[in-house]
Design a protein around this ligand. Structure first.
Ligand code: PLP
Length: 409
């Protein structure tokens, strides 16, 4: 979204016009931004045989999946439902990484029957897998390296108290199971969390993985997961993907030369690819002044963007209807019967009832974490593609709320 000559636009389209056409609240995604991010990763790792597996859970709309596929990405899924979406979007099964956690073993059996790459993160599951498939179907192993990484505790997944991965200290058990059941371990995986800024964390992960990888002769790839941080506000630390690509690529090459065979380097960016491309546009229902705070009450809330309440995430907020208005301090809240602050104490150009309020960086974990809480409708989604605004998901209707309910009274 850009401000030119007093008007907010996306790919030259007036955002207010887009809202007139499709209504609010509205998730709007700029396809060119997504492609740009994908390209920057490819460039950053240009010397490496990199495979970019988009973490679909960040934004699962089928048009987004197809767009990423068209531009050369693979995909990482965490449920069978996401796997079916990815297959529906045209990803061949062998390009889909399936990383479930604490699922019923039947869901792994189905993943095998679909032909997905299977990533296992539990010893008991590895044992069941070995007993059932032996050397007939390979699998990847997700390790927990015991590193605290990422923005905060809730989004860190590779520390010692995290439920994810098999502890690196349990390596002997992994080896024992692999030998006993002739399991072909074709990949090693680490995903330590979201919002990792330092290249050093990835290099440290690499060091751990490379040390372990020598004991696995059948590897095809090593997967470093996602977690690349983007800027949520000016001056925010971000992952320098160029620095990362250069250093990790170099370390990886040194490793595989000593390993004796070229391997693929996999990464699983979610947020990095789609966050900045997305904006949630809302409308101001009320401006409410109390003796201490002036609230802007918009027609959205934690049901449509839960990150501020769930992770204390900061999303930049702008009043796109009054870009020249004098600045005042507001607290932007939603219309849910719950404290649903979207941004506290923000300087916005004067807000009037009816003004459009944009919440930026909402492409990742926005719509995909949305719910129908308060029986409200999930918003529509629009993709700006080649200068045209295309509806990629209609707004809910009352039928969507009632679907599946059974009246027995
Ligand atoms: C969520 C997730 C990712 C993506 O994380 P981002 O922070 O969005 O990059 C990658 N891999 C796995 C296994 C995940 O669960």
């Amino acid at each position: 979204m850009e401000l030119t000559n007093g008007t907010y636009t996306i790919q030259g389209l007036n955002v207010a016009d887009i809202c007139k056409e499709f209504g609010t609240p509205l998730y709007v995604y700029d396809a060119s931004k997504i492609i740009e991010q994908l390209k920057s990763l490819k460039n950053a790792f240009s010397d490496t045989d990199v495979r970019i597996k988009y973490a679909a859970k960040a934004l699962t709309n089928i048009s987004i999946l197809k767009l990423l596929k068209k531009h050369g990405a693979g995909v990482d899924v965490v449920s069978l439902q996401e796997a079916h979406l990815a297959l529906g979007a045209g990803f061949p099964a062998h390009e889909i990484m399936y990383t479930p956690n604490c699922v019923d073993f039947e869901e792994i059996v189905e993943g095998v029957s679909l032909g997905l790459n299977i990533n296992l993160d539990n010893l008991s599951v590895l044992e069941k897998f070995g007993k059932k498939y032996g050397n007939t179907y390979p699998c990847c192993v997700r390790l927990n390296p015991h590193i605290m990484a990422g923005g905060n505790y809730k989004i860190s997944t590779g520390h010692s108290n995290s439920k994810f991965g098999i502890s690196v200290y349990q390596l002997p058990q992994i080896m024992e199971l692999a030998q006993k059941h002739n399991i072909i371990i074709n990949g090693l995986h680490i995903h330590t969390g979201s919002e990792i800024t330092e290249t050093d964390v990835f290099l440290k992960m690499a060091e751990i993985l490379f040390g372990i990888a020598r004991d696995f002769p059948a590897l095809k790839f090593i997967d470093f997961g996602g977690g690349f941080k983007v800027a949520y506000k000016e001056g925010d630390m971000v992952t320098n993907v160029y620095d990362l690509g250069l250093k990790l690529g170099k370390a990886f090459k040194e490793f595989y030369l000593s390993y004796g065979r070229k391997l693929e380097l996999w990464i699983e960016p979610g947020k990095y690819l789609v966050s900045g491309a997305g904006t949630l546009i809302t409308k101001t229902n009320v401006v409410k002044s109390t003796p201490s705070v002036t609230f802007v009450g918009v027609n959205s809330g934690l049901n449509q963007l839960i990150r501020p309440m769930m992770y204390d995430a900061y999303h930049e907020i702008v009043n796109i209807s009054n870009p020249a208005g004098s600045q005042k301090v507001y607290t932007v809240v939603g219309n849910i019967c719950e404290t649903d602050t979207l941004g506290a104490d923000r300087k916005l150009n004067e807000v009037r009832e009816g003004d459009l309020i944009a919440i930026k960086n909402a492409g990742a974990y926005g719509y995909s974490m949305a719910s129908n809480y308060n029986s409200r409708f999930k918003p529509a989604e629009v993709l700006i593609l080649n200068g045209e605004a295309k509806l990629i998901r209609r707004r809910d209707t009352l039928e969507d709320i009632l679907r599946g309910q059974i009246d027995v009274i």
